[in-house]
Write a protein that binds this ligand. Structure first.
Ligand code: ADP
Ligand code: MG
Length: 273
């Protein structure tokens, strides 16, 4: 088995994946500076681990075009990696935070009026809580929309708005790989943005309802490895987003679950027969 692992920098996750993959075959570490397509790489499967959604997305498609299966597949990266497209997949299968979308500033203002303050404006792509804005009133909304306009990235003109969900000082991150529930953690933070990448504290979560909901969220995509963000809303659990380019070092540490191994085992399943 010839397993490729693409990367931007070697984080703990990539080192663990490399080590686990070594138990199953020959491992090829592929730095993004060294890959040019069309390539002449002879690989059975590639695990994509680049930092940056669009790099991962395009690499997935490039490898697929050469007949090499990837984790995650391009379509999963595309739709799970876009908060709005993911919501469209999820909304009929699992409860999601109340949301609106529009493609102009005016539409965005109307969307916010419909939802009522406070709302969270978030770019359709991105992670680590970047450019997330909790907006409590009209003045703040105008300020955020004005800043977005001058950011000049056309994707910032696609407006995705969620109702702000009052959480109990924590939220949940779960992992589903190849249709198998792997593990979940609570992320505690004093700040309303709880990402552990921003210093949120993690603890294991063994809630059966979380497990069931996570599996249903995964089924909205039907393949791949997904990290799922879940809120405990006042009327029950809500799926906030799904991440196709998962970070897991904190979850693996506090749960003792070998997430890297699960990812590698899944890659072997999707590898060329
Ligand atoms: N609608 C919301 N209500 C309350 N908290 C939110 C809401 N949206 C996001 N958050 C908080 O911000 C964090 C980051 O938002 P998220 O949508 O997961 O984007 P990212 O891709 O940056 O992780 C969430 O984990 C949660 O703690
Ligand atoms: Mg998130």
């Amino acid at each position: 088995m010839r397993i490729g692992i693409t990367y931007t920098i070697l984080r703990r996750e990539e080192l663990e994946i490399k080590e686990r993959a070594g138990d199953f075959g020959e491992v090829f570490m592929l730095h993004e500076d060294d890959m040019v397509f069309p390539s002449n790489l002879d690989l059975d499967v590639v695990i994509i681990r680049n930092v940056g959604h669009f790099k991962a997305l395009y690499l997935a498609r490039l490898f697929e075009s050469e007949g090499i299966p990837v984790v995650n597949p391009f379509t999963v990266m595309l739709e799970a990696g876009d908060k709005l497209l993911a919501t469209l997949r999820l909304k009929d299968r699992v409860p999601v935070p109340d949301w609106r979308a529009g493609v102009s500033e005016k539409a965005s203002e109307k969307a916010v009026e419909e939802l009522g303050y406070p709302v969270v404006l978030k770019p359709v792509f991105g992670s680590w809580g970047r450019l997330l804005a909790k907006v409590n009133d009209r003045d703040a909304l105008e300020a955020v929309l004005e800043h977005r306009k001058w950011l000049r990235n056309p994707l910032y003109g696609i407006h995705y708005v969620q109702k702000f969900v009052e959480k109990p000082g924590r939220d949940i991150r779960s992992y589903v790989i190849g249709g198998e529930f792997v593990t979940a953690i609570y992320r505690y933070s004093e700040h309303w943005i709880t990402n552990t990448a921003r210093g949120g504290k993690a603890e294991p979560c063994y809630d059966e309802e979380v497990r069931e909901l996570s599996l249903r969220a995964w089924e909205a995509f039907g393949e791949g490895a997904l990290a799922i963000d879940i809120f405990e809303g006042s009327e029950g659990l809500l799926v906030n987003e799904v991440n196709p380019n998962m970070e897991f070092k904190n979850a693996a540490r506090v749960t003792g679950v070998d997430i890297a191994k699960k990812l590698v085992e899944y890659a072997l399943e999707v590898a060329k027969a």
